[in-house]
Design a protein around this ligand. Structure first.
Ligand code: OXD
Ligand code: MN
Length: 580
């Protein structure tokens, strides 16, 4: 493996700090992956699953205190606190290095330090970016093989000696007391210590492709977003590409792989978590998926909710913290209606019904994207795909209608900035609490969110034909707590309406908050939802909205004069329209 002298020097530096006993340079080959797996089967890091029904599939059980992203231990370490903004934890670079340095000094003694050059984005794309990470976790290296393009191919994409994001990862002692996830955007540097969990430890994903990349994207005039990418094909074979932001564990993977019940309509998957988007020379927004695989939430993935995902994880998959059946198969809540007898839970103990979930609610599968039956033939197109619509989806029991469309780009940016959602198991902490999550980026925006809104606003005028912007909420419930919309495959009906809006053929009604499907405009053929319930799902309740917008105003207030005027103005205008 040949790397640049800057890269070599950095590896020497982190070697001196962490003092590994061995150094292994990773080439990304299959032989390397196989050897990593074999080593982990030997030392118990992995358990082999049933080779007949789940060939080349493995189970990893993480430390019970290390099962989700730990946002309270995640920091943006920009030089100026104001550049991290009020919604990020901030630590000065010097303090961060001194604190984490204590945990990292000698942390790899007796361990192997793997050096992993990785490429985020398709081979040959000018939009792809390089990372160089070191880690003392073989599980992390094997996962990086599935989630990124590892090896010389990465080095070949460096445009200069120092054109890479450097990432130092060490498991440390896995104690939450000695865990820190640190991003230094000005230095293109990540330090992560004390966790082996995906979002904290697979540095290419959240730390690089979102937190550092969002900072770079603002400087370079592109967008790094927490968005899936999908193509919707109509009965004539025309494909319309959409990107959708949704909070963690809120159905993004399911929507990316949605199977249509509408004759002639189908969806193609291009990505399930991150989109890097740029404005091309013709003013068209184009998106690439920087990742190579999926790190999806297992619970509730089933042949009904996501047949594509269920099929793709039947081979060559690493499962983390799922339950185990007596025949050596993975199991999680929702996979089958009844749990099989004799389950072993995610911590390796015999499980009995009524004892809480058998699989951890944030248990995961890690698998190559190419295994997905709905993967788009052009998903690795170096140019990316043209994006005609953007979706902001949140998880709300009330307030937010099933679907509505922004009046224009500025209004759409406002609607994205106004997102709030109910928390899930993807982060450590309470589940089901409403929190603000603009563009589903609250945990991932590497800089001041007021500047982020301004960057979004500034992108609109650069676009010849800005994508239509939609909001969705599959999670609205009736007074009895029942979901108003069946979701999953039926969400294709919503996508169809969006495509028809983009083409100018679908009807909509104006409301104070945007365009809502007109009666009959959503294709409900063969759908078992009464018109009354559909109306309820689509209803804009002025009272609820006024309350929500008052709370939004308090959220905005923390940005002070940095909040872009068009955002504040649109809030005031919307309140006025709602009679407030
Ligand atoms: C993820 C997350 O893992 O958002 O994608 O937590
Ligand atoms: Mn995510």
């Amino acid at each position: 493996m040949s790397v640049t002298s800057v890269a070599e020097r950095w590896v020497e530096e982190v070697t001196a700090l962490t003092q590994p006993s061995r150094i292994a340079w990773c080439d990304g080959s299959k032989a390397e992956y196989d050897a990593l797996i074999e080593g982990m089967l030997r030392d118990g890091t992995l358990l082999g699953l049933n080779p007949r029904t789940y060939p080349n599939c493995y189970l990893h059980r993480s430390h019970p205190s290390d099962v989700a992203r730990t946002e309270q231990l995640t920091f943006i370490c920009s030089r100026e606190q104001a550049d991290a903004g009020p919604t990020n934890n901030w630590m000065s670079p010097a303090e961060a290095k001194s604190k984490a340095g204590v945990f990292l000094r000698g942390s790899m003694r007796g361990r192997t330090m793997y050096v992993v050059p990785y490429l985020m984005g398709p081979v040959g794309s000018a939009l792809s970016r390089v990372g160089l990470m070191v880690t003392d976790s073989a599980y992390v290296v094997a996962s990086m093989h599935l989630m990124t393009r590892v090896g010389q191919v990465a080095v070949q994409h460096m445009r200069s000696d120092d054109d890479f994001v450097a990432g130092l990862h060490s498991l440390g002692d896995l104690s939450p007391d000695r865990r820190l996830i640190l991003q230094f955007p000005e230095e293109k540097l990540i330090w992560s210590v004390g966790s082996g969990y995906g979002g904290n430890a697979l540095l290419g994903k959240k730390c690089h492709a979102l937190r550092i990349a969002s900072w770079q994207a603002r400087q370079e005039g592109w967008l790094a977003e927490h968005m899936l990418i999908l193509g919707v094909e109509d009965p004539e074979g025309r494909v319309t590409y959409l990107a959708a932001a949704m909070p963690s564990a809120s159905g993004k993977t399911n929507l990316a792989m949605v199977v249509s019940h509408l004759p002639g309509w189908r969806a193609w998957t291009l990505g399930d978590d991150i989109a890097w988007m740029h404005v091309d020379a013709r003013g068209q927004l184009r998106a690439i998926n920087p990742e190579r695989g999926f790190f999806g939430v297992a619970p509730n993935t089933s042949p009904k909710t996501n047949p594509n995902a269920t099929a793709m994880v039947r081979s060559n998959t690493i499962f983390t913290n799922v339950a185990l059946t007596p025949s050596g198969e993975p199991w999680w809540e929702g996979l089958t209606t009844e749990p099989p007898a004799g389950l072993v839970d995610w911590q390796g103990n015999p499980w009995r019904p009524g004892e809480g979930p058998a699989a951890h609610p944030n248990s995961r599968f890690t698998v190559l994207a190419q295994q997905c039956p709905s993967i788009a033939p052009n998903w690795e197109d170096p140019q990316g795909v043209p994006i005609s619509g953007l979706i902001f989806g949140s998880r709300r029991t009330n307030v937010i209608p099933l679907v509505f469309e922004a009046f224009d780009w500025k209004h759409g940016v406002f609607l994205g900035s106004a997102m709030s959602t109910e928390t899930t198991a993807a982060i450590t902490g309470k589940v089901g609490v409403v929190r603000r999550d603009p563009m589903a980026m609250i945990p991932f925006c590497g800089y001041n969110m007021a500047d982020y809104f301004a960057h979004w606003l500034a992108t609109g005028p650069r676009l010849g034909k800005p994508p239509r912007i939609f909001r969705v909420n599959w999670f609205r419930r009736d007074a009895d707590g029942r979901f108003l919309w069946p979701g999953y495959g039926e969400n294709m009906r919503i996508l169809k309406w969006m495509v028809e809006r983009i083409r100018g053929t679908a009807r909509a009604e104006e409301t104070p908050i945007g365009w809502v499907p007109a009666p009959g405009a959503l294709d409900t053929t063969g759908l078992d939802v009464t018109p009354t319930r559909l109306r309820e799902a689509l209803r804009c309740d002025a009272g609820e909205w006024r309350e929500a917008l008052a709370e939004l105003g308090r959220f905005y207030a923390q940005f002070g004069s940095r909040l872009p005027a068009p955002i504040a103005d649109t809030l005031a205008w919307t309140l006025h329209r709602l009679g407030g």
